[in-house]
Write a protein that binds this ligand. Structure first.
Ligand code: NAP
Length: 311
């Protein structure tokens, strides 16, 4: 058996075309151009590349974007003040703080400062916690992208054994919660898991996000499994590779994602989707949910759309 390739670039292209239509419709009907502000603190070269990718992707679908570059030495309270200014700005629909931040910043405090209604990365404590009870406003982009890929390919999730290798806050844990919300039976593995293969071999859907090249070999994969490789690593020649031994595993799996060209393009695409959803919500004249502790909060109305971004 040779697995079918889940082509993230192709699926992302379809979703981006749909997103561009949503932008055009919103502009025509409500005169609103969705606007994403990306905050980059310092000049980390990798972060700069990621930010440039996001800004290019915004332009492709007609989303306006602004890059705010801040000095790496900016005081914690000044960064928070900048975020609060953007929270109040009516023409900003999405705010993203590019991580990592210089060590003198408390990342959780910074993420919490972003209005939940503009938290298009889905990293605010409310949106993270909301995954537990199905009340999230924005889902984190990478796991959301994985769900959309599976849905696009018509791969069912309900009742399937899903094993997730990696338990980070941005990929593994939210992925597990999103899979549970769709009635999968979920195992989550991490660096201290003993005998990883005994979990991976059970998986109907195996999602790997460990950041360890070739962690998953063919003998660890059940025949016919769907294998999603989130990992991005560089080999000694500087080429990108995932966490899965692609050539060997594709002979066992029914579907597999390549690296590059798999989950990566989906992640940026879901950022675009979340930004357009944020602007659409404003155009509908209300917000999905008001939270009293939000600095830009206040009495609002329920739009009946909580979880609209959940996969
Ligand atoms: P992370 O924060 O470093 O977390 C890695 C997770 O993998 C941790 O839970 C760790 O376990 C676990 N792990 C490490 N070695 C392991 C091993 N040998 N066996 C089992 N589990 C192991 O990384 P991340 O941010 O989640 O990212 C993971 C990978 O995905 C990276 O390669 C990253 O570049 C990539 N990524 C790709 C995208 C995309 O768009 N394609 C987006 C985000 C991340 P402990 O918790 O026990 O330490």
């Amino acid at each position: 058996m040779s697995a079918r390739i889940l082509d993230g670039r192709e699926i992302a292209r379809d979703i981006r075309a749909d997103t561009a239509l949503r932008v055009a419709e919103l502009t025509a009907k409500a005169g609103i151009v969705p606007h994403l502000v990306v905050i980059l603190v310092g000049g980390n070269p990798a972060s700069r590349v990621y930010v440039e990718n996001k800004i290019r992707a915004c332009a492709e679908v007609g989303i306006r974007s602004t890059l705010v570059t801040l000095d790496p030495g900016i005081a914690a309270q000044d960064l928070i003040a900048e975020i609060e200014r953007l929270n109040r700005s009516p023409d900003v629909h999405g705010i993203l703080v590019q991580l990592p931040l210089p060590p003198h910043h408390d990342i959780q405090a910074v993420l919490r400062a972003i209005s939940v209604h503009k938290d298009v990365d889905g990293f605010h404590l409310y949106n993270v916690g909301g995954l537990v009870v199905g009340r999230t406003i924005f889902s984190p982009c990478t796991p959301y992208g994985v769900m959309r890929m599976l849905d696009h390919a018509g791969i069912p999730v309900e009742g399937r054994n899903v094993t997730i290798v990696g338990a980070s806050n941005i990929v593994g844990k939210p992925m597990a919660l999103m899979m549970m919300a769709r009635d999968a039976t979920v195992s989550v593995c991490h660096a201290k898991t003993r005998d990883l293969a005994q979990y991976t071999i059970l998986a109907d859907i195996l999602i790997v996000a460990a950041g360890v090249p070739r962690l998953i070999g063919a003998q660890m994969v059940r025949t016919g499994a769907v294998v999603i490789d989130v990992g991005i690593n560089r080999d000694p020649q500087g080429r990108l590779q995932g966490d899965v031994d692609f050539d060997a595993v594709r002979e066992r799996a029914s579907y597999i994602t390549p690296v590059p060209g798999g989950v990566g393009p989906m992640t940026v695409t879901m950022l675009l989707v979340n930004t357009v959803s944020a602007a659409e919500r404003i155009a509908e004249g209300g917000r999905a949910l008001m939270l009293p502790e939000q600095p830009d909060g206040g009495p609002g109305r329920l739009t009946g759309r909580p979880g609209a971004d959940a996969a």
